[in-house]
Design a protein around this ligand. Structure first.
Ligand SMILES: *[C@@H]1O[C@H](CO)[C@@H](O)[C@H](O)[C@H]1NC(C)=O
Ligand SMILES: *[C@@H]1O[C@H](CO)[C@@H](O)[C@H](O)[C@H]1NC(C)=O
Ligand SMILES: [Zn+2]
Length: 417
């Protein structure tokens, strides 16, 4: 499979033949309860190609961690055998990944043009950023903040009524390429902003008094790669000197305890921290924009999936932040609001103690720049579909997340600093 990828160059819209197929691949769930079971998992990770869905790597697995991972087709029975031997209770979340994907993919081919309740490819999203700005000149403008490794333009939408000295909230989506629900939410948010401005009280007040800076996709190259080659790609697509493996984990690439914990120095790993902080053009562009506009930006929101979590700093240390109590209070109230619509349950807390320590994340970095309201969302679901969340869940997921984001933004507006 990988040798095939090496032979081919740039491809067009639906190069189905060049796509990585996931036939017979399974996604398992286990919870290790003793040291021996932990070792069985480590051995699996060492001896076969295991793609960790949750947590992000084997290094982050502890006793009692719910572990979701994907195994290549021809190693599935061996993996199951080993799990059974060790007495690990395991479940199969997805029995045949390609079959599940095929059922979903039919929808993609059928639709063309931009749809808020479908996943859109980058070409469509890029055109959409121009259209929505052109159609809403008094409310939305488009800025370019940089280019990606493969030279795509990184567009940022500024959403808000023009005014002097307005404070802003920065929100980005699409850090990790395979988390498709994330860019879908950024698009949904901008649409709801323009659709309900002047009609709905809270949104109107927010946009009259704040600017939202929305980056619909940070890791555009990776996102394109998930559409054209490999649906489950996570990292950027930059070339790593001296390695056959491409890509850096953009959410390990920030200057916040960089590469000290929960990140890897091996370019072949999914949590590779990069050759230096901000080694990626994409993370550098984001960091540059925020640094330049620090006096304006009062909150930072970054949208990931999956797990249904609302996290706040720190992740690179177990130390708590100065306003830990305040962040906890906001998070608690936010997840309560989010749940009012469909009863969706979120957990919340500081990253390190709520999930696992991980350095180099953008939320920690933004916080240490002085942005005291910094949150990471991990959207739906809790593992039934994981990264391949069906399109039927875009609408409910975005609706409930919008409530949450509006709640945080209203809080920030009342507590400007
Ligand atoms: C890594 O990226 C380079 C440049 O885009 C590409 O030519 C090469 O095929 C990629 N290698 C893999 C293993 O994807
Ligand atoms: C961000 O900062 C730069 C540099 O000071 C400035 O030119 C730009 O107008 C600012 N952008 C926004 C959207 O405020
Ligand atoms: Zn992510």
């Amino acid at each position: 499979m990988w040798s095939l990828l090496l032979l081919v160059g740039v491809t067009s819209a639906f190069p189905d033949i060049l796509r990585h197929k996931y036939d017979g691949e399974k996604v398992f769930r286990v919870i290790p309860h003793n040291q021996e079971q932990l070792e069985v998992l480590s051995n699996l990770a060492k001896h076969m190609q295991v793609d960790f869905w949750h947590p992000d790597s084997i290094a982050q697995v502890k006793l009692g961690t719910t572990v979701d991972f994907r195994v290549e087709a021809d190693r599935c029975s061996e993996a199951e055998h080993l799990l059974q031997l060790s007495g690990l209770n395991y479940g199969v979340l997805i029995d045949d990944l390609q079959a599940t994907l095929d059922a979903q993919f039919d929808n993609h081919v059928r639709s063309s043009g931009h749809h808020y309740e479908k996943y859109n490819n980058w070409e469509t999203i890029e055109a959409w950023t121009a259209d929505i700005a052109n159609e809403n000149p008094g409310l939305v403008s488009r800025l370019q903040i940089g280019t990606t490794f493969e030279n795509r333009n990184m567009y940022l939408l500024k959403v808000g009524k023009p005014g002097v000295n307005k404070k802003g909230i920065f929100m980005d989506c699409g850090f990790h390429a395979r988390e498709w629900i994330s860019p879908a939410f950024c698009q949904w948010f901008v649409r709801e902003a323009v659709r309900t401005y002047g009609k709905e009280t809270i949104m109107t007040e927010l946009l009259d008094n704040l600017d939202f800076y929305v980056l619909p996709v940070l890791n555009i190259d990776g996102y394109v790669y998930t559409w054209t080659k490999s649906r489950l790609w996570r990292k950027t697509r930059s070339v790593n000197a001296g390695s056959r493996c491409n890509g850096t984990d953009p959410n390990r690439n920030f200057d916040a305890g960089w590469c000290t914990v929960g990140a890897s120095k091996n370019p072949c790993d999914e949590t590779y921290c990069g050759s230096a902080p901000e080694s990626e053009k994409e993370t550098k562009a984001l960091a540059d924009f925020i640094r330049k506009n620090l006096s304006t930006i009062k909150a930072y929101l970054t949208i990931h999936s999956y797990s249904q979590l609302l996290l706040y700093p720190y992740s690179y240390t177990y130390d708590v932040t100065k306003n830990n109590v305040e962040l906890n209070t906001i998070a608690k109230a936010t997840v309560k609001e989010l749940g009012t619509l469909y009863g969706t349950k979120y957990s919340y807390g500081p990253g390190a103690s709520t999930i696992y320590p991980a350095a180099g994340g953008s939320d920690d970095w933004a916080y240490d720049q002085g942005i005291k309201y910094s949150f990471t969302f991990e959207l739906r679901d809790t593992g039934r579909y994981g990264f391949i969340l069906p399109e039927s869940q875009i609408k409910p997921t975005c609706e409930e997340t919008l409530i949450a984001v509006k709640y945080i933004a209203s809080y920030v507006l009342e507590h400007l600093y």
